[in-house]
Design a protein around this ligand. Structure first.
Ligand code: PEP
Ligand code: CO
Length: 460
């Protein structure tokens, strides 16, 4: 029997993490400006509601029982400048299209969760960056995402600025507002997939074969919906009305905690910046400030788990974050790498299952498959991503339950950031349209291709 390592902890509050050594690698130079920004942020209305958060938790609980499948995706680092109508609709369209392919393949409702409306903060491998500028070596703080500092390589841009938290909040609010209006207005109505794919399709470099498969899939789905509605099937409404949930890495605890509060008629504290925040691989140590903050919130929580994870430590973490074993609360996002998944994942799954912990297993096949080309460009290979994903599906199936969801870094644009895929993108093509500020993303065609391959795999 697994004995939780931490039996009791001191009282929690949204700010109790401040007593611990912060594990984000940046510090704000002006404490007064930080407090002023935090106070202002705390006084603003929530971005999401506790009802939406509880609705997501209920859907994740169903996913844990194998009744739903979770699709999460978006940019590695969302930029404030990308808060434009075109960017937001492009993100929704690619997630909608992938989800439609997955609904067809899995025959299950898909929970759609953007990695957006708050994915503005990034952990980095080093707190500083050195570059040669005009023949001299210059060192500045690393870029930690638009929520913290700016990407330009100057001392001014790289200084952490707390007012950026307010700008991040406002941009997240504008993004969410537009997502909600689009969904309300029927943009995402599954009866009419033709509304949200046609113009997009003529713009994208998509092979005729994939176009046809997708068009067939959307036609079949629309006619199946009409058929079920004709039979008076009530659950169809839930299937056809698309909702989007949001998630982001809860890296900047000043931002997260300022919008964490109790709401009328509920006892718990909610992080009201997003539906499902997650803890990154670099900040999930049991005694970290991040785990202290996350243990007190009622939202579903994601935890990224890398190849060095110790299964017993993972159990301790689950006990701290979900002490009452609430269904739909814990989402373990494994990012193990094509090379390690076969060795590491079976142990993790067995230890958690035999302790009867209710968790949802989600696969992030991106973050442990990074490579650098001989020219020094950060990329990922489509084959490695697919291989980790397929092996993860096999391992979960052989442990007696299907994989619960996927987490991708992707974009609906025709970028050239990951090599491989049916388009045959090569290392020497990467410079053509590499626009990510951080990690390389699957482009439009690679995203849809991975959805088709996954749907085939999960559909048996
Ligand atoms: C990320 O999701 O962008 C990220 C940094 O992931 P991880 O914590 O898994 O490395
Ligand atoms: Co990333």
């Amino acid at each position: 029997m697994h004995e939780p390592m931490i039996k009791s902890k001191p009282a929690w509050s949204p700010d109790s993490w401040r007593a611990l050594e912060p594990c984000h690698q940046f510090a704000y130079p002006d404490p007064k400006a930080l407090e002023a920004a935090s106070e202002r942020l705390a006084s603003l209305p929530p971005l999401v509601t506790s009802w939406e958060i509880e609705a997501l938790k209920a859907q994740l609980a169903e996913a844990q029982e194998g009744k739903r499948f979770v699709l999460q995706g978006g940019d590695c680092a969302e930029s404030l400048d990308a808060c434009t109508p075109d960017e937001v609709t492009t993100r929704l369209k690619i997630l909608l299209q992938m989800s439609l392919v997955l609904v067809q393949g899995t025959k299950k409702p898909v929970v759609r969760m953007g990695r957006f409306a708050g994915q503005y903060a990034k952990p980095r491998s080093s707190p500083t960056e050195t570059r040669e500028v005009d023949g001299k070596q210059e060192t500045h703080e690393s870029y930690f995402g638009d929520l913290v500092n700016g990407p330009a390589f100057t001392a001014e841009a790289r200084a952490p600025d707390p007012d950026r938290m307010l700008r991040g909040y406002h941009h997240a609010a504008m993004t969410l507002n537009f997502v909600r209006s689009l969904c309300e207005a029927g943009f995402a109505d599954l009866h009419h997939p033709e509304y949200w794919d046609l113009r997009f399709f003529s713009n994208a470099a998509l092979s005729p074969e994939k176009r046809e498969r997708f068009e067939n899939a959307s036609r079949e789905l629309a006619s199946a919906l009409r058929f079920m509605e004709a039979l008076g099937e009530k659950s169809v409404d839930d299937l056809s009305r698309v909702r989007f949930f949001t998630g982001h890495e809860g890296l900047n605890l000043y931002y997260e905690s300022a919008q964490t509060r109790q709401v009328p008629r509920r006892n718990d504290y909610y992080n009201l910046t997003t539906h499902m925040p997650w803890i990154g691989e670099r900040t999930r140590a049991l005694d970290s400030a991040h785990v202290e903050y996350f243990r007190g919130i009622a939202n579903p929580i994601g935890v990224k788990v890398g190849p060095k994870a110790d299964p017993v430590e993972l159990l301790d973490l689950i006990d701290v974050l979900n002490p009452h074993g609430e269904p739909g609360k814990m989402v373990i996002i494994t990012r193990l790498g094509a090379e390690h998944v076969g060795k590491v994942l079976p142990r993790l799954v067995r230890v958690v299952s035999s302790a009867h912990k209710p968790v949802l297993w989600v696969c992030d096949p991106m973050h442990a498959n990074g490579i650098t080309t001989p020219q020094g460009v950060k990329t990922r290979s489509f084959d490695d991503i697919l291989s980790e994903l397929e092996e993860t599906c096999d391992i979960h199936a052989s442990e007696g339950h299907p994989l619960g969801g996927v987490h991708f870094e992707l974009t609906g644009h025709d970028v050239t950031e990951c090599v491989g895929g049916a388009g045959g993108l090569r290392a020497e093509d990467l410079h053509q349209n590499y626009t990510s500020h951080c990690d390389p993303r699957l482009n439009y065609e690679q995203s849809l291709e991975i959805a088709f391959l996954l749907a085939r795999k999960l559909g048996g």
